[in-house]
Design a protein around this ligand. Structure first.
Ligand SMILES: [Zn+2]
Length: 358
């Protein structure tokens, strides 16, 4: 019995142990279940998370795709707006579409060298038009409208002209003071010259422009504003040329065929547009720097010393006080006549070069 009694507690202990271990096992199973549930929930959460994330990415991608479509709608709205069909909401979108032109300089092919230049092939200035949404900066379209093509210029060697001829040229006029004085000096000496006029001055002084033409002189253009054409975009270059040509035509009924770019600054885009509008370029090879006002006698001696058969002399009748130039002109004409020189216009000089090469 003792043994029994000894066993009981053992049994009890065992049963206790058993009961205890049963409860533990149950708790373990419960815990395992909870862990499993949490695990499933976690996996489900992760999966859902990935799904929702990719869904978000997808919707963003869709949004990106719809952006240009919306912009296209804007273009359409703009066109509708032009047609007089006004939709308030759509026209707000339409104002965001911006067009930007970019130009590419063509290659310049130069044949010969000298100061009288004719464009024999105007080539083409490259043009790309880009449209984009101003609010998002997203590109809508890129249109390469004109492919650039090389410009060819034929440069004539006026300085190789054999007869003793010289072309006197005056820039920056017409100007009521000095242009009038110069016309008197030239008329008295029966000398013809070439005047490279600024379009804005021609517009201000049409009567003086006409007086230059009536004096038998050649009228050419020197741009409208005197800004450098080489720093302008093609539409501005073109308006500088055409406005000046029109101003001379309106004032003196003269068709201009020659141009002198301000500062002599010219590039392939300028040549292309000059060629397109049948304008030739006259540079110079004798520059006494009369605008520096070194004194009438210095201006005169510089010109007389440097003149050669076929010389193109640069002087000024506008852009500042040119009284020294007027004074120097009398001496220049007198001394060059003594040396046997004949005075021609740029057109006459160019014809002489043409006859010579024939
Ligand atoms: Zn000038």
């Amino acid at each position: 019995m003792k043994v029994k009694n000894n066993n009981r507690p053992l049994f009890r202990d065992n049963s206790y142990l058993y009961q205890n271990s049963y409860a533990r096992a149950q708790r373990r199973r419960l815990a395992a279940f909870v862990v499993l549930v949490l695990l499933v929930a976690a996996i489900a959460g992760v999966v859902m998370g990935i799904r929702s994330c990719s869904a978000r990415k997808q919707s963003k991608a869709n949004a990106d795709q719809t952006a240009p479509l919306n912009s296209d709608a804007g273009v359409a709205a703009d066109q509708n707006g032009d047609a007089g069909d006004a939709h308030a909401g759509e026209s707000d979108v339409a104002t965001d579409v911006v067009e930007k032109s970019s130009y590419k300089k063509p290659k310049l092919i130069r044949e010969g060298h000298g100061v009288l230049i004719e464009v024999t092939d105007p080539g083409a200035i490259g043009l790309t038009v880009k449209t984009y949404d101003a609010s998002t900066n997203a590109t809508i379209s890129v249109d390469k409208r004109v492919k650039k093509q090389p410009v060819t210029i034929q440069v004539s060697q006026a300085n190789k002209v054999r007869p003793k001829v010289v072309a006197l040229t005056f820039d920056d006029g017409p100007n009521p003071g000095e242009t009038t004085s110069i016309l008197k000096v030239l008329a008295a000496a029966d000398v013809k010259a070439t005047f490279f006029m600024l379009g804005r001055n021609v517009k201000t002084y049409p009567d003086l422009t006409r007086a230059v033409a009536e004096g038998g002189h050649q009228i050419a253009i020197h741009g409208y504003s005197h800004d450098s054409l080489a720093k302008m975009k093609p539409p501005k270059i073109e308006s500088e040329l055409l406005e000046s040509v029109k101003a001379v035509k309106d004032a003196a009924d003269v068709d201009v065929t020659w141009m002198r770019p301000p500062y002599g600054a010219v590039n392939s885009m300028v040549y292309s547009l000059l060629g397109e509008h049948k304008l030739k370029v006259a540079l110079w090879d004798v520059d006494p720097v009369d605008y520096g006002r070194p004194g009438a006698s210095v201006i005169a001696s510089r010109v007389v010393k440097r003149v050669h058969p076929g010389a193109v002399v640069l002087m000024h009748d506008g852009g500042g006080d040119r009284t020294q130039t007027v004074k120097a002109l009398k001496t220049i004409i007198k001394k060059l006549k003594k040396k046997g020189y004949r005075f021609v216009t740029i057109d006459q000089m160019y014809q002489l070069i043409g006859q010579q090469s024939d």
